[in-house]
Design a binder for this molecule. Structure first.
Ligand code: UDP
Length: 367
């Protein structure tokens, strides 16, 4: 029996671990799968709802690290996880993505000589100002199995002296979830419940520190929204980080007053992917949303200078928009709404089977 423990901590982890846990569960005689939740995101809307919808098990351990500075959270994860791993000694620890929990958990397992698998390894924005970039770089250096989602990751890892035999091109687990739930949760009536028409509205997410942590960035976003909401309505489920910044910088009222802007709490996964499907375009700075729109063939305007997911630009429907440039953004959005759409295609191995491929490699390595 291979004993595998997967770590989840924040919103973008849940939809990546869910298909892995499902694939492991299909082999109950060979794999025992457990999940540890660090509690980096812990409230109903950023965490619990994903457990309910994605059929994730109740975590075997909940570390409850809560809020705090980056160092406090890292330290609490490590202190909470170490005794659990000493006690349970899984054969493999799986970490996904690029959040604080990813690196903190990998470090603990590495020191305990427990093999680490990094799912979504090798992505690089080449921007070391991003905390996620540091998490990606360091996690990959101490991982034993690196499961990658796109070819760019392979060359990045080889340049960082990671041996080829540790790298496996298995595809995209986040897309596994999207492919699995897309039809099951399809609801063409959903846009009407927001007072918008399918194919005519825009959907937005925005939460990267580089965009929302200072007044200047938020003011630029407000000005862009004031202009594009004149054309079409925008639904904006707001990340708690963005909302807190708007409130503390006293910009919330100005944002809230924009005509045609529909502000909501962060949405549950099934509702969000449904709204994405029926939208005319996405405005985002999210990593995962760039991939999901590429899979769905929906135009995506990404408010970032670089992306660690270049395949979404090279063959997908993603366009990068640096420095929150108001004129360029408004023109790009208008072009898309007028039908000048960048057509893309689906990258290799983004087919709903990535978790099964990862499982089969693990079975081969550990038997
Ligand atoms: N998402 C969601 N509800 C929302 C916004 C996003 O369920 O209101 C999902 C989205 O479909 C994707 C994931 O959250 O699967 C992306 O997470 P996030 O943007 O927080 O993280 P990133 O990918 O930027 O690390």
């Amino acid at each position: 029996m291979i004993r595998i423990t997967s770590i989840v901590g924040a919103r973008p982890n849940f939809m990546k671990v869910a298909p892995l846990h499902r694939a492991f569960g299909q082999m109950p005689d060979r794999i025992q799968s457990t999940v540890i939740h660090t509690g980096q995101h812990f409230d109903e809307k950023m965490s619990q709802v994903f457990f309910d919808e994605l059929e994730l098990p109740v975590p075997d351990h909940f570390l409850g690290v809560g809020q705090g500075s980056h160092s406090v959270i890292t330290a609490r994860i490590m202190l909470g996880l170490e005794p659990i791993l000493i006690n349970s000694r899984p054969d493999l620890l799986i970490v996904v993505g690029d959040v604080t929990s990813t690196l903190a958990a990998a470090l603990v397992a590495n020191r305990l000589r427990i093999p680490v698998a990094h799912v979504e390894a090798g992505l690089r924005s080449m921007d070391r100002e991003m905390p996620e970039e540091i998490n990606r770089l360091l996690t990959d250096q101490i991982s034993d199995y690196l499961f990658i989602t796109e070819q760019s990751a392979q060359s990045n890892l080889l340049l960082e002296n990671i041996p080829q035999e540790k790298i496996f091109f298995t595809g995209n687990c986040m897309i596994d979830s999207l492919a699995f739930y897309k039809e099951r949760s399809s609801d063409p009536e959903l846009p009407a419940r927001y007072g918008v028409r399918a194919g005519e509205y825009m959907l937005m997410t925005m939460h990267r520190p580089s965009n929302v942590d200072d007044r200047e960035g938020l003011q630029k976003i407000i000005r862009i929204l004031q202009r594009i909401c004149n054309q079409r309505q925008v639904i904006f489920p707001m990340h708690p980080r963005t909302r807190n910044k708007l409130e503390s910088l006293r910009l919330w009222d100005e944002m809230n007053a924009i005509n045609g802007l529909i502000l909501t709490e962060p949405l549950a996964y099934l509702e969000f992917i449904n709204l994405m499907r029926w939208s005319a375009l996405l405005l985002t700075d999210s990593g995962g949303v760039q991939e999901e729109t590429t899979y769905l063939g929906i135009p995506c305007v990404t408010f970032r200078r670089t992306t660690e997911r270049p395949v979404t630009v090279e063959i997908g429907s993603n366009i990068l928009m640096s420095d929150l440039d108001e004129e360029v953004t408004v023109r790009t959005v208008n072009d898309i709404l007028e039908g000048k759409v960048k057509r893309g295609s689906i990258p290799p191995f983004w087919d709903g089977q990535a978790a099964v491929r990862i499982r089969d490699i693990i079975l081969q390595k550990f038997s």
